[in-house]
Design a protein. Structure first.
Length: 169
């Protein structure tokens, strides 16, 4: 094998590899589009008629607003006691006196649907840094306060949730 044949073989291999790479890039699924997500934390407080929590609980949180994608709003609460609640609301989470029905899933040792359908009311949602021209597409920090009925799947249990969230992606 001569140096020339080795060189042309490597060149053909490099061209094939580049073609495969371009093909792979052209087939990126639509779900890979940019969707702003907010991460942060806060507190669960004012429990009413709940077996848990019984006082103030700290929580980490993730929020995906429906306004930024074609889908529902999602609020995920992660607890220090190793549980997770995911609330999916088919509406934007804007301040309102209206209770919005949500679907709820939990992880407490195993994944399950919440037995009693949760309802979410947005007490307050605003930019942490006041900018009159800002909208959800450009906001980096959000304060979000919710009231959740049938919290954690417990019929009649309601809690307030206060979150400070920052765009992380």
């Amino acid at each position: 094998m001569t140096l020339r044949s080795l060189s042309s073989g490597l060149m053909r291999f490099a061209l094939r590899l580049a073609a495969v790479g371009l093909l792979a890039l052209s087939t990126v699924p639509a779900s890979a589009e940019y969707i702003p997500e907010y991460m942060g934390g806060g507190a669960i407080y004012q429990p009413y008629n709940c077996s848990w929590p019984t006082g103030v609980e700290m929580t980490r949180a993730r929020y995906i607003p429906s306004e930024t994608r074609d889908g529902p709003s999602q609020v995920t609460l992660m607890f220090a006691v190793a549980g997770v609640n995911l609330y999916t609301i088919r509406a934007p989470l804007s301040e309102s006196r209206t209770w919005r029905r949500a679907s709820g899933r939990s992880i407490w040792g195993e994944l399950y649907w919440m037995g009693s359908a949760p309802y979410v009311r947005v007490l307050n949602r605003d930019d942490a840094v006041v900018d009159v021209d800002a909208d959800i597409e450009t906001t980096n920090d959000i304060r979000l306060r919710l009231r959740i009925r049938n919290f954690n799947g417990q019929r009649g249990c309601s809690v307030s949730v206060a979150l400070m969230l920052h765009r992380w992606n």
